[in-house]
Design a protein around this ligand. Structure first.
Ligand code: PRP
Length: 215
């Protein structure tokens, strides 16, 4: 039997994903041990897990280097890859928001040449250009985005808000909510045909675990 390869997003989401895969009977014990390894094998179930940077999960899955991936909706929206989004796992919940200092609330719709800093430039562009019909300047950052309005790099940011703590501790607030985010189970299009039964079995077991936990 061929190995099924599952791509997990390094960090918090990998931990949450491991919990889910263990609940459906896959062995993640090797991956739980702190190491720098990037590939882990569950010989019994013929599954390989690979740990990749969150924003690369859709790439591995689209190209078929991974059959399955678990990744945030934020990354899927930003990367716009061609793959099947099978399940909303209902974990890793947060919101994609426009944030800034409270004083920007009244000025947001009227400021000319609004500068928007974000790690999610496609999401930001789509929101301001398409949904709002506005021309804004999008500034790409790679992290600690909350800093941008504090030092005058931008007026607002587009970023993920989970607990709201980062905003609060930096004197910023949510000005507009763009969309809700959660972790998604995604599948390569060819794998979905070639390994249909095994993948659908994983999907139905995942759904059963989610139903049990909800109930
Ligand atoms: C994310 C996000 C916010 C923060 C939100 O950053 O970009 O900064 O978490 O969480 P909170 O609302 O619970 O405070 P991440 O931890 O990925 O770090 P980064 O900014 O360096 O990318």
């Amino acid at each position: 039997m061929k190995y099924l390869t599952i791509a997990l997003a390094k960090g918090r989401l990998a931990e949450i994903s491991m919990d889910l895969f263990e609940k459906i009977g896959l062995d993640c014990s090797e991956m739980r041990k702190k190491s720098r390894k990037l590939i882990f094998t569950d010989e019994k179930n013929k599954v390989k897990f690979i740990l990749v940077k969150a924003s690369d999960v859709p790439t591995y899955v689209e190209y078929g280097a991974a059959d399955i991936g678990v990744v945030g909706k934020d990354t899927l929206l930003e990367e716009g890859r061609n793959l099947y989004e099978m399940i909303d796992l209902g974990v890793g919940k947060c919101r994609m928001c426009v944030c800034g200092p409270e004083k920007m609330r009244s000025q947001l719709s009227t400021t000319n040449n609004l500068r928007v800093a974000s790690k999610f430039t496609n999401i930001a562009r789509n929101y301001f250009f398409r949904e709002k019909g506005r021309t804004v300047e999008i500034i790409k950052l790679h992290g600690s985005v909350e800093l941008a309005p504090l030092v005058g790099l931008s007026e607002v940011i587009v970023d993920i808000v989970e607990s709201g703590k980062t905003l609060q501790e930096n004197g910023l607030c949510v000005l507009e909510t763009i969309c809700d985010i959660s972790a998604r189970f995604v599948v390569n299009r060819v794998s979905m045909k070639m390994e249909r039964e095994r993948i659908l079995e994983i999907v139905s077991k995942m759904k059963a675990v989610m139903d049990t936990e909800e109930g």
